[in-house]
Design a protein around this ligand. Structure first.
Ligand SMILES: C[C@H]1O[C@H](OP(=O)(O)OP(=O)(O)OC[C@H]2O[C@@H](n3cnc4c(=O)[nH]c(N)nc43)[C@H](O)[C@@H]2O)[C@@H](O)[C@@H](O)C1=O
Length: 331
């Protein structure tokens, strides 16, 4: 995987130029702004001169670590163009209120219960947030358009390669879905709601079908961060073992910072459509271990212990995207 500078950008607008005046600014609304993708997308849009509004859930600890360098830092040039609001994908009234108040030009629906294994334990909640949550947001956008005539509004739905499930690779936009978890089935529902609102109401609504995408900001219970974090701790003597599940699963891993640019590109096209975002290269978890442990001169076999608790009731064995449609996309 390529290395990337994780430092926040210092420019105040596109190419470091001053951002456009308020009346000429594009306004974006992001659900899931505190997540890995939300934080990278926020940086990208602020750098392009957008005003960025994020919806956050109320929780006992203010979970904004990934955006604090913009939101909290008084010296950050972007701070004035970023705002956070309380809302929840399970609360339709909050979505409708913020869509009407903010009147965004672009809506990015990135919020989810995004852990596949966890979705087997909380399937109802996963479906409520991931599937019905997308429907609630689409409905808020549709009723806003119908009440105000603001038909230029554009909607992005975060889809997932998990929707392909057991369908063999390479997987493209025309590959049939065969979801293997409550998370994946919920993402399929959100995908088809998005297509339906495009066809039924003429909404500019796009599905990005993103294959796995990682970064230093990835949550620590996803396999790449779980491994890289453990490698560091093992190397300096803070732990000795790493407990993992299925090492033979194969994934098409890309960099999250690149993939948020693909989200934005989809909404700049002439017509709304659906796109696969992938590297077209796939590796097993075992290969990832070889590289990660090898990087610091360790042998993963001396440290990794297979633990049945990390196996899933149904696994997705092999994901490898065919991203040709996006590759020929122009902005
Ligand atoms: C595109 C898609 O990408 C992600 O879903 P995921 O592929 O399930 O990601 P992961 O990092 O949890 O698992 C990758 C593979 O690694 C295997 N694996 C082995 N041992 C452990 C282990 O100990 N922990 C975890 N988490 N995985 C393990 C596990 O069984 C699986 O085969 C989400 O962003 C999702 O939201 C999404 O949309």
């Amino acid at each position: 995987m390529a290395t990337h500078d994780d430092a926040p950008k210092s420019g105040s607008g596109a190419n470091g130029e001053a951002p456009p005046p308020p009346q000429q600014r594009k306004v974006a609304l992001i659900t899931g702004i505190t997540g890995q993708d939300g934080s990278y997308l926020t940086e990208l849009l602020l750098d392009k001169g957008y005003e960025v509004h994020g919806l956050i859930r109320r929780s006992s600890n203010f979970n904004t670590q990934r955006i604090n360098h913009i939101y909290i830092d008084p010296h950050n040039a972007h701070k004035a163009r970023m705002k956070l609001h309380y809302a929840d994908l399970t609360d339709a009234s909050s979505l409708r209120r913020w869509i009407d108040t903010i009147a965004p030009d672009e809506v990015y629906n990135l919020a989810a219960q995004s852990h596949v294994a966890v979705s087997f334990e909380i399937p109802d909640y996963t479906a409520d947030v991931v599937a019905t949550g997308a429907l609630r947001l689409l409905e808020a956008v549709r009723s806003h358009v119908s009440a105000t005539g603001r038909s230029h509004i554009r909607y992005y739905q975060a889809g997932s390669s998990e929707m392909f499930g057991s369908t063999p690779p390479p997987q493209s936009e025309t590959t049939p879905f065969h979801p293997r978890s409550p998370y994946a089935a919920s993402k399929c529902a959100a995908h088809w709601y998005t297509v339906n609102y495009r066809e039924a109401y003429g909404l500019f609504a796009c599905n990005g079908i993103l294959f796995n995408h990682e970064s230093p900001r990835r949550g620590e219970n996803f396999v790449t961060r779980k491994i890289t974090r453990a490698v560091g701790r093992i190397k300096i003597g803070l732990q000795s073992k790493l407990f993992l599940g299925n090492l033979q699963a194969s994934r098409d891993w890309g960099f999250a910072g690149d993939y948020v640019e693909a989200m934005w590109m989809m909404l700049q096209q002439e017509k709304p459509d659906d796109y696969v975002v992938a590297t077209e290269e796939s590796h097993t978890v075992e290969e990832f271990l070889e590289v990660a442990f090898g990087y610091v001169g360790l042998n993963w076999r001396d440290h990794v212990v297979i633990d049945k608790r990390y196996f899933r009731p149904a696994e997705v064995d092999n994901l490898k995207g065919d991203a040709i449609k996006l590759i020929f996309c122009k902005v």
